[in-house]
Design a binder for this molecule. Structure first.
Ligand code: SF4
Ligand code: SF4
Length: 371
């Protein structure tokens, strides 16, 4: 048995679905993209550029081990679909989903037992394609053959030579298909294999001040709010429309008991008034740890309620107009303007007469003009 086959066997045994190996050479195409589109990636360009050379992660790196995990093994509660991306419901990305963490830890321990030094933080999609484990879709996602794009990729640098797999760097979409680009609600996906994160719903739901994603923003850009639909964390649109994912989306899968247990927390009105306890639960067990302050979940829920357009949400939004946090009042005003109707209009007019925040006054006036 070789080290390559030992790693592959152990990883498959742990529940990873695909395993591939590639060299620790740098990723010149990634470097080129990041340099040419630095205005779109300024929030993380230096980190990504550094990771484009595996030897910056592990100076003695010789190989990259790629592990692909199909996270879509269960159905998702109806109440969470269209609000939270499936990845964030299923995985834990960085921390803290315990099962995935345990699998990664076991794999790391195994590599250590084989005398490997390990480096984390490599670019996952370029690593996956070069290791023959995934290929590309025009929607910028990586696809694993026979699974689709609802996958998580882990790429590890190690200091040992392996037997390398044949790269699969190609785009395997039907030539004429542009469904993902046509369906992107904010125009973030502007051409095959090109996405502007600043326009992406996912990025905008959690790129908040002081987060992992750089400066972030408090107030959601006006021009993107309608396109955000009912998404509160993430967005799956460009994966949901994809023909390469339809087999998975239509499969009859068993429910996930944990998600069913917490699904009630995801009614939009409950999210608008999310408690510390609810936030703690989401923060620790879903990948919602990007939002470390529940006011941003409340902000996103207000916009989602506006886009849902249900007049039944007007009383909750009127109540939010009394919130001490101007961020919540401002986005609730937008939502009331979007829903419209006499009750919403009266509430906006009443709020305008007593509002002291210049920011919220601007939101209310714009909402009144729209309603
Ligand atoms: S995740 Fe949503 S907003 Fe972002 S590129 Fe895909 S469809 Fe567009
Ligand atoms: S929607 Fe079509 S073009 Fe987009 S990733 Fe899927 S197959 Fe490719």
């Amino acid at each position: 048995m070789s080290l390559s086959s030992d790693i592959k066997e152990y990883a498959l045994c742990l529940g990873y679905d695909r395993v591939g190996f590639t060299t620790a050479d740098r990723f010149p195409l990634l470097e080129k993209e990041l340099t040419e589109r630095s205005h779109m990636y300024d929030w993380m360009a230096s980190h990504f550029l550094r990771a484009a050379d595996p030897r910056n992660i592990l100076p003695e790196a010789r190989s990259i081990v790629v592990l692909v995990h199909d996270y879509y093994r269960h159905s998702y509660p109806k109440n969470m679909v269209g609000k939270v991306g499936r990845f964030y419901q299923s995985w834990g990305g960085t921390p803290p989903q315990p099962i995935h963490q345990a699998r990664n830890r076991l794999l790391g321990e195994f590599l250590g037992s084989q005398g490997c030094r390990v480096g984390l933080g490599l670019p996952s999609r370029p690593s996956g394609a070069r290791a023959g484990a995934t290929n590309y879709g025009k929607n910028c996602f990586a696809f694993a053959e026979g699974i689709g794009s609802f996958i998580n990729i882990i790429a590890l640098a190690i200091d040992k030579e392996l037997e390398y797999d044949t790269p699969t760097l190609d785009v395997r979409c039907p030539e004429a298909c542009t469904l993902c680009i046509d369906s992107c609600p904010t125009g973030a996906l502007y051409e095959p294999l090109r996405m502007n994160p600043y326009r992406c719903v996912t990025f905008n739901t959690y790129a908040i001040p002081g987060s992992y994603f750089g400066q972030g923003q408090e107030v959601l850009p006006l021009e993107l709010r309608e396109g955000m639909g009912t998404w509160v964390f993430g967005c799956d649109v460009c994966q949901q429309v994809c023909p390469r994912n339809q087999a998975k989306l239509k499969a009859k899968l068993p429910p996930n008991a944990y998600l069913e247990y917490i699904a009630d927390d995801f009614h939009l009105e409950r999210l608008l008034n999310i408690t510390n306890e609810q936030h703690h639960r989401m923060y620790n067990l879903l990948a919602i740890n990007y939002i470390n302050d529940k006011r941003y979940i409340r902000r996103n829920a207000a916009v989602a309620l506006g886009n849902q357009g249900n007049k039944g949400a007007v009383p909750a939004l009127i109540q939010a107009m009394q919130d001490p946090d101007e961020l919540i009042r401002g986005h609730a005003a937008w939502a009331l303007g979007r829903i419209g109707g006499s009750q919403a209009k009266q509430a906006l007019e009443a709020s305008l007469s007593q509002e002291t925040s210049e920011y919220v006054i601007g939101e209310i006036k714009a909402a009144l003009a729209a309603s």
